[in-house]
Design a protein around this ligand. Structure first.
Ligand code: GCO
Ligand code: MN
Ligand code: MN
Length: 387
C-alpha cells in the first residue's frame, strides 16, 4: 500500500513566497503571521520537499544593509544545510517596487531599465551563492493598461537587449545559469507582454543565445487565458524548452487564484502528470501556489502536503493507466497503421506522384468511430477509483 509520502527524489519544490504567503489580497490585509525563511525550510524538509526557490526580496528586504543581508543569507544557508534542502531556482522581484510600476526591462525610462539590470545581476549573484542553476524571468510588470505610449516594438527590443545582457553576465561570472521565461496573460498588468508559452518560445528564437533560454510554464497562467496547459507543456517539451514548471490550479477566466495543485481541474492535472512522467523532463516540480486566505499555519502545511500528495496519486494513476489492459487495447485501436500510406508520406517525386493519383475511400475515413468516448470514460473511472 503506497503512502504517497514525498521524498527529495520526487524533486518537489516550493517558493519562499508560496508557503510564506500571508494571505494579503487587493481587498484585505494579511490573515496569517509571516514565517521566517529558515523555519519554512525546516518545515518543507519535514514534509519531504526537495527544494525551495526564491526572489531576492523574499530573503533580503529592499533597502537592507550589507550586514543585514549577510546575516539573513547565513541563517538561510545554515537551515538549508541542516535540513538537506536545495535551492534549484532563483528569480528577481521586478514587480513590487513602485519604480517598476510601468515595467522593468520594458520601462520607457532608461534609468528604470538599468536599475532592473542591476537588481537582476545582484539577485543572480545571490542565487548562485545558494546553488541555483535555473534563473526564472517572470515579467509581471512588463505590459500595459493603455497602449497610448506607443512603445510596443521598443519594449520587445528592450526586453531582448536585457535578456542578452544578463545571459552574458551569467557567462562572464561563470554562473552557468539556464534561463526560463514565465509567460502570463495578465495580472498585475491588464496585458502582459509575451502572454503565452507560444509567445515566449517565439521570442526566445530571436535572442542572441537561444540555447540558454527555455520556458517556465504555469498551470494557472495558460488556464487564465482559456488555453489548455497540457498542450502548452507538450509544445515546450517538443521544442526542448521545458526548463522548469510551475504547478498550481485555477478556475478558467477568473483572477489569478494560485490554488492547490489538482484541486480544481483534476482530469487536466492527470493528463499533465502523465505527460511529464512520460517525458524526459527531470527538473524540479515547483508548486507556485498558496494556501487559501482563510487558512492558519496548519492550513499552509495541509496545502503544501496536498500539492505533493495529489501529484503522487496522479503519478500512480498514470502507472495504472499504462498497465490497464482494456485501456491499452482501446488506445491501440485508436491508432490506424497503414504501411503503404506511411511509405507514400515520405517525400520523393515518385511518392508525391503516386499519392496524388491514389483514390481514397473518403466515406470510410469519415465513418470510422475512434472510440474516444469509451476511452475517456475509462479514464474517468480510473481517476474515481473504480478500476
Ligand atoms: C505570479 C507568478 C509568480 C512567478 C514568480 C517567480 O503569477 O505571480 O506566477 O509567482 O512565478 O515571480 O518568477
Ligand atoms: Mn502565477
Ligand atoms: Mn509562477
Amino acid at each position: 500500500m503506497t503512502t504517497y509520502q514525498p521524498t527529495p527524489a520526487d524533486r518537489f519544490t516550493f517558493g519562499l513566497w508560496t508557503v510564506g504567503n500571508v494571505g494579503r489580497d487587493p481587498f484585505g490585509e494579511p490573515t496569517r503571521a509571516a514565517m521566517q525563511a529558515p523555519y519554512l525550510v525546516q518545515k518543507l524538509a519535514e514534509l519531504g520537499a526537495y527544494g525551495v526557490n526564491l526572489h531576492d526580496n523574499d530573503l533580503v528586504p529592499l533597502g537592507a544593509s550589507a550586514a543585514e543581508r549577510d546575516r539573513l543569507v547565513a541563517d538561510f544557508r545554515r537551515s538549508l544545510s541542516d535540513h538537506g534542502v536545495r535551492v534549484p531556482m532563483a528569480t528577481t522581484n521586478l514587480f513590487g517596487d513602485p519604480a517598476f510600476k510601468d515595467g522593468a526591462f520594458t520601462s520607457a525610462d532608461a534609468r528604470v531599465r538599468a536599475y532592473a539590470l542591476q537588481k537582476t545581476m545582484l539577485s543572480m549573484d545571490l542565487g548562485h551563492e545558494l546553488g541555483a542553476e535555473t534563473y526564472v524571468f517572470w515579467g509581471g510588470r512588463e505590459g500595459s493598461e493603455v497602449d497610448a505610449g506607443g512603445k510596443l516594438l521598443d519594449s520587445l527590443g528592450w526586453f531582448r537587449d536585457s535578456l542578452n545582457y544578463l545571459a552574458e553576465y551569467s557567462q562572464s561570472q561563470g554562473y552557468g545559469y539556464r534561463f526560463a521565461l514565465e509567460p502570463k496573460p495578465n495580472e498585475p498588468r491588464a496585458d502582459i507582454f509575451l502572454p503565452t508559452v507560444g509567445s515566449a518560445l517565439g521570442f526566445i528564437a530571436t535572442l542572441e543565445q537561444p540555447e540558454l533560454f527555455g520556458v517556465n510554464p504555469e498551470f494557472a497562467h495558460e488556464t487564465m487565458a482559456g488555453l489548455n496547459f497540457t498542450h502548452a507543456v507538450a509544445q515546450a517539451i517538443d521544442a526542448g524548452k521545458l526548463f522548469h514548471i510551475d504547478l498550481n490550479d485555477q478556475k478558467m477566466g477568473r483572477f489569478d487564484q494560485d490554488l492547490r495543485f489538482g484541486s480544481e481541474n483534476i482530469k487536466a492535472a492527470f493528463f499533465l502528470v502523465q505527460l511529464l512522467e512520460s517525458s524526459a523532463y527531470a527538473g524540479p516540480k515547483h508548486f507556485d501556489a498558496h494556501a487559501l486566505r482563510t487558512e492558519d499555519e496548519a492550513g499552509v502545511w495541509a496545502f503544501a502536503r496536498g500539492c505533493m500528495r495529489t501529484y503522487l496519486m496522479l503519478r500512480d494513476k498514470a502507472q495504472q493507466f499504462a498497465a490497464d489492459g482494456e485501456i491499452q487495447a482501446a488506445l491501440a485501436a485508436y491508432r490506424v497503421e497503414d504501411q503503404a500510406m506511411q511509405a507514400l508520406s515520405t517525400f520523393s517525386p515518385a511518392n508525391a506522384a503516386a499519392l496524388r493519383a491514389h483514390a481514397f475511400d473518403r466515406a470510410a475515413l469519415g465513418a470510422r468511430g475512434p472510440g474516444l468516448e469509451r476511452l475517456d470514460q475509462l479514464t474517468v473511472e480510473l481517476l474515481l477509483g473504480l478500476r
